[in-house]
Design a binder for this molecule. Structure first.
Ligand SMILES: CC(C)(COP(=O)(O)OP(=O)(O)OC[C@H]1O[C@@H](n2cnc3c(N)ncnc32)[C@H](O)[C@@H]1OP(=O)(O)O)[C@@H](O)C(=O)NCCC(=O)NCCS
Length: 179
């Protein structure tokens, strides 16, 4: 039997950011920035409150993933250091689901658009993905704008997705990207 070796997550450079594999030192800034209800409530999976133990566990879990199937990258600002996370997670069939968050002090400066554009370029050229999906809660139009600018389109499908921080389902507008 042939075994195919796991591959490592990439490092991607943009003018202001470096997207790179997470490491244990990211846990402290991740906790500072993710332990924010306004960040957590826009995601399905970040609990609120968010502890350093949760950050440690997330980083350790992602380090065990095979980058052929799942990738989580630190979004690092060249001056400020760690500012958020971007990940591609397994989804039905050949598609991957894009998710991301950035700390509140860094919102509204084009950082996540810059990160998502680089990540999607790599997904097409380096990871050979042809189909990505994502979705945003209906009360989070900023995320919809990021996805639109990266070339995602609304499918028209609206799902109720559970948000751990809200402890409730949230109406989610689904989007796709074709490479
Ligand atoms: C959503 C999020 C990732 C955006 O990151 P960001 O770095 O602030 O995004 P950018 O600055 O690159 O782009 C934001 C866009 O949304 C627009 N926007 C912001 N608030 C908006 C609103 N209320 N309605 C419509 N558009 C809005 C901005 O104008 C900007 O678009 P523009 O460049 O065309 O003007 C960030 O706010 C975040 O992490 N939020 C919490 C977690 C989260 O929502 N994760 C995504 C889950 S789907």
């Amino acid at each position: 039997m042939t075994t195919v070796a796991a591959i490592a997550p990439p490092t991607l450079e943009t003018p202001r950011l470096v997207l790179r594999p997470l490491n244990a030192d990211d846990a402290a800034p991740m906790t500072d920035l993710a332990d924010d209800r306004e960040v957590a409530r826009m995601t399905t999976s970040i609990p609120h409150p968010f502890s350093q133990a949760m950050a440690d566990a997330f980083i350790a879990r992602m380090a065990r993933r095979d980058a052929r199937h799942e990738i989580a990258l630190a979004v690092e600002h060249r001056r400020e250091g760690f500012i958020g996370v971007l990940g591609f997670h397994p989804n039905e069939g050949p598609s991957s689901e894009l998710g991301y968050w950035i700390g509140r002090p860094y919102w509204g400066q084009g950082y996540m658009t810059e990160a998502v554009l680089a990540a999607v370029d790599w997904a097409r050229a380096g990871w050979k993905k042809r189909l990505l999906v994502s979705g945003h809660f209906a009360d989070n139009p900023a995320s919809g704008q990021v996805l639109c600018k990266a070339g995602f389109l609304y499918t028209g499908e609206v799902r109720e997705r559970f948000s751990v921080a809200r402890d409730a389902p949230a109406t989610t507008r689904m989007m796709v990207w074709l490479g």
